[in-house]
Design a protein around this ligand. Sequence first.
Ligand SMILES: [Zn+2]
Length: 82
Amino acid sequence: MRIYEEGSREKLSAVICNQCGKKMKVENGILMEGCCHVETPFSYFSQKDGHRYLFDLCEECYDRIIAEFSVPAEIREETELL
Ligand SMILES: [Zn+2]
């Protein structure tokens, strides 16, 4: 869950893991730790058509959840690091 500073749609004031409730480290509007941000609109063919789901997972919860995948997540090297 992302909370933005009042009047801003970009400057973060807090990021909270939706799984465990951990408040992640944010400094000067920038998230300072690993986070899995998910924002997915569901299509016409789903039961959730017209709804967009947004959530954030801390790195620990992300690791725990993907460890339970039947098929491992694909990992690609980032070619452009910021
Ligand atoms: Zn978590």
